[in-house]
Structures are given as C-alpha cells and as structure tokens.
Design a protein around this ligand. Structure first.
Ligand code: SAH
Ligand code: SF4
Ligand code: F3S
Length: 454
C-alpha cells in the first residue's frame, strides 16, 4: 500500500484521477482547477472511479443530508479502494469537508485527504504528505495567501461555454446559509488576472464565459473597478460572443451594472437574481437587507435597461416564522415579477446558522404544501415564457449533438436548451434559430440563417 502511495509522488508516471462534483457551478469550476493542479503530477481525468489512482469528492453543504450523501458515497468508494489494495488516494474537498472535516476522518478513517475550498492549490503537497505520513492529511484553515495566486496558468480547456470564478466567499450572513462559514470572507480577484484568464479561455475555444461568485456583483477589482466595468472590458475580447454572471445579490446591483445591461449586446439578457421570499418580515428575518418592493424596483430598472431581459430566482419556503400570509406575499411577488425559470427549496436547518436555532420552525407538512403551490406557479410561468418564444428568432450557441441522429443542441440567450436538425460542424458556433415548438424542458427550432465559422 505504501509503495503505491509513493508512486503517486513521481511526477512523470501517468495516473488516473476521478472527480465527483456536487453543488453549485463554483464547485464545478473548482473541480476543474483541482484537476489542473494535479496534472503536473501525471494525473489524467478518468471517467470512472474503478481502479483510479485518486478520487476526489467535491462536496456541497447547502441543504439537508449533504453529509449523509458523502458518507454513503465514501462507503462505495472504500470498496473500490480496497480493490486497489489501498493504493487509491481518497480525498474529500468542498463545503462539507470545510464544515465537517474532523467528523469525516473520525467516521471514515480510510479517507487520505480532507481539504476546504480555499486550500486546493496545496493539493500536490497534500498528496506527497499523505504518501509520506501514511495517515490522513487535513487542510481546512483559511490560508492567508490567495489560492488564485498559486494556481497554475496552464489549464485544461473547458470548451465552448466556460466558467470563470472572479469572486468567492460571502460576508452577508443570511440567517439560513452555510456559505459564509464554508467559503469564508468575500474576496475578489484582480481585473488583470480575470481578463488574462478570460483571454486564455477564449484562445482555448470558449465562445461564452459565465463569471462566477457567491456574490458575483459584489466583485470589486484591486484596481477599484466594479462588475459593470469588468463586463465592459471583457466584452471587448475578440471571439467572446456571450457573457453571463451568477449569482448576484439584489443589494449589490449598481448604476454601472444596469448600464452594462443597457449597452453590451453580448451580456446575455438573462439574470439569476435570488429573492428567497416576497415577505418583508421574512426578508428581514433572513437578514437579506432589502424589501420586496425594492426587489420589484430593481427588476424594473433591469427591464428598463434591457427590455428583453428574463429573470430567474431562488426561493425558500418555510423559513422559521413564515406564516401563511408571508407565503402568500411570496406568491404575489412571483405573480408580479413573472420569472422565466426558478429554483425553490424547503427551508433546511443548517447546523451553526442563526435560523437553525430560531423558534417557530415551520412543520414539514406545511413546507411541503407551500413548496408544491409555489412550484406549480413557477412551472406555469416557465411554460408561459417558453411558449412566448415560439415564432421568435434568436441566436443559439451550439455546444454538442442532440439525442436524435442529425440533431445538434445548444442554449438560447435565456439558457433554454434548444434542439435543431443541423450539421455537427456548426457546434461551437452561434446560429440564428427560429423557435418552432416547446417541450417540457427544451425548445425546438430551425436554423434560419446559417453563419459559418470565419
Ligand atoms: N449567494 C446566493 C445563493 C447561494 S446558495 C444568494 O445570495 O442568493 C443557493 C440557494 O440555496 C440560495 O439562494 C437559497 O435559495 C438556497 N439555500 C441556501 N441555504 C438554504 C437552506 N438552509 N435551506 C434551503 N435552501 C437554502
Ligand atoms: Fe448565503 Fe446569503 Fe451569502 Fe448568498 S448572500 S451566499 S444566501 S449568506
Ligand atoms: Fe454548496 Fe458550497 Fe456551492 S455549500 S452551493 S458547494 S458554495
């Protein structure tokens, strides 16, 4: 077993790395960066965990049962590790690792490495330490240095639609949320490093870039820039046709950002802007620091700036203290705003967060009922939005083949999946498509004007 582990430190030997990712898009981005960090040690991506030299579980702690899911996956991986005579290195990364690192090692002593989201630049060193020590390595402190300064320039291509983390962490401390504890304090990368990474992504074939952050519109470069200015600079990059950013907080919308939506045609007219609740009382209990009417006003300004803008949001039902009247206020906000798409969740008490210990927890059956009612309304609005697209002509960025022969698939400006019959050499290009039909989770169309690659 130890000999196998030592082999992991030989830089040139080829090894297989399998990464399992849960949670948000930032975790997806992080998984890619962990693979980049390990590539110089000879690790290559493996589609399956069987027989892999290393498996990383990149975990999410946002809602219930997250830790239990991790332990059941670890049980399965333990058998695969045994089948390699213990040679497989097992690492648990991400937000559950950050929150419950010690418990993971206590309950699953066969885990070799536990690392938080801010320490993955140190993975090569951890792999070497795990090999030397023959015991588990845990790295869940928030280091003084910024991991982005230590990540390799060289990165595997992400493809046509790429993610780029520009901001991480959160100082907002919403009553219900673990993110400020698992990701740490708000931190922005400099405009210069973001622009350099964006250019590299485009050189590697990206046509669309989604900027990521837990509070992406709180981004402020060391240069004193805000997100609006950054988007303007990114929009100048030759070959970059589409820009998005997620997740933004209503409190961090500013004039520069509204102006970016007004002025930049390649900033997509679709925004995920979580509101959580439509009740001022509950918004206050959640520590969101804005009212429902302020949210309506923000939506108004966005639509003034970009009349074709469509919105998505996140909702929580059954936050402690939520009454039927509070829930009805949420339903009213949804009716007023009209969302193209949305995510909604039952409130899930998270250990260590203020709301978890609050009185007036809402009974589970009541949360279920409210969630069903809200989801029915949101589904109706999504169907209406999709139906309103039939007959419209819109640019679609094709990213792959469809399920049926001869079909190619891509995304509309509003992130709807779109299928058309078309040649596969159009993958990677944006085409003008006339939408002809809606299906429950996608649109169908025909290419109305074919643009070949330059
Ligand atoms: N930074 C983003 C959201 C991050 S978490 C924001 O400020 O909006 C993604 C979503 O998960 C949240 O918007 C919220 O709707 C949901 N969520 C977070 N904690 C939750 C909890 N304890 N119970 C239920 N849903 C939760
Ligand atoms: Fe969580 Fe609130 Fe921060 Fe979003 S803003 S990550 S919901 S604490
Ligand atoms: Fe989950 Fe952590 Fe993202 S808790 S949602 S993986 S920031």
């Amino acid at each position: 077993m130890e000999a196998g582990r030592e082999a992991a430190t030989i830089a040139t030997a080829r090894k297989r790395l399998h990464v399992i990712t849960w949670g948000c898009q930032m975790n997806v981005y992080d998984s890619g960066r962990m693979a980049d960090v390990l590539a110089p040690l000879g690790y290559e991506p493996a589609a399956e965990p069987d027989g892999a030299d290393m498996v990383i579980l990149n975990t999410c702690h946002i809602r219930d049962k997250a830790a239990e899911k991790v332990f059941s996956e670890l049980g399965r991986l333990r058998r695969l590790k045994d089948a390699t005579d213990g040679r497989m290195i097992l690492a648990v990364a991400g937000c559950v690792a950050q929150a419950e690192g010690a418990e993971i090692l206590a309950r699953a002593p066969y885990v070799d490495i536990v690392l938080g989201p801010q320490t993955y630049h140190k993975l090569p060193e951890m792999v070497a330490r795990a090999a030397r020590a023959g015991g588990a390595v845990i790295e869940t402190d928030f280091p003084a240095e910024d991991k982005f300064d230590y990540l390799p320039e060289k990165a595997a291509p992400q493809g046509i639609a790429a993610f780029l983390t520009i901001q991480e962490g959160c100082d907002k401390f919403c009553s219900f949320c673990v993110v400020p504890y698992t990701r740490g304090a708000e931190q922005s990368r400099s405009a210069a490093t973001v622009l350099a990474e964006a250019k590299r992504l485009v050189d590697q074939g990206a046509v669309e870039i989604s900027l990521l952050g837990q509070n992406v519109n709180a981004w402020h470069g060391t240069e004193g820039w805000g997100l609006g200015r950054l988007l303007r600079a990114l929009a100048e990059i030759q070959g970059l046709r589409r820009l998005r950013y997620t997740t933004s907080h209503p409190r961090d919308m500013d004039d520069e950002l509204y102006a970016a939506h007004r002025d930049l045609p390649n900033l997509m007219p679709f925004l995920h802007l979580p509101v959580q609740s439509g009740s001022d009382r509950i918004l206050q209990a959640m520590n969101r620091k804005h009212t429902a009417d302020e949210y309506r006003a923000i939506v108004g300004r966005l639509r003034d700036a970009r009349p074709d803008l469509a919105l998505s949001s996140d909702f929580i039902v059954g936050h402690p203290g939520e009454t039927e009247a509070d829930f009805e206020a949420t339903m009213q906000l949804v009716r007023d705003v009209r969302f193209a798409q949305a995510y909604s969740f039952k409130y899930s008490p998270r250990p260590g967060t203020p709301a978890a210990g609050a009185p007036q927890q809402v009974p589970e059956a009541e949360k279920d009922r409210r969630l069903q009612a809200l989801q029915a309304l949101l589904r109706e609005q999504q169907a209406a939005f999709n139906a309103s697209c039939v007959g419209l002509t819109m640019p679609v960025l094709f990213t792959g083949t469809g399920r049926h022969p001869g079909q190619i698939a891509g995304r509309s400006p509003y992130l709807q999946p779109v299928h058309v019959m078309g040649p596969s050499d159009l993958i990677g290009t944006e085409q003008t498509v006339t939408i002809t039909a809606t299906h429950p989770n996608s649109l169908a169309g025909t290419i109305s004007q074919e643009r070949r690659r330059a």
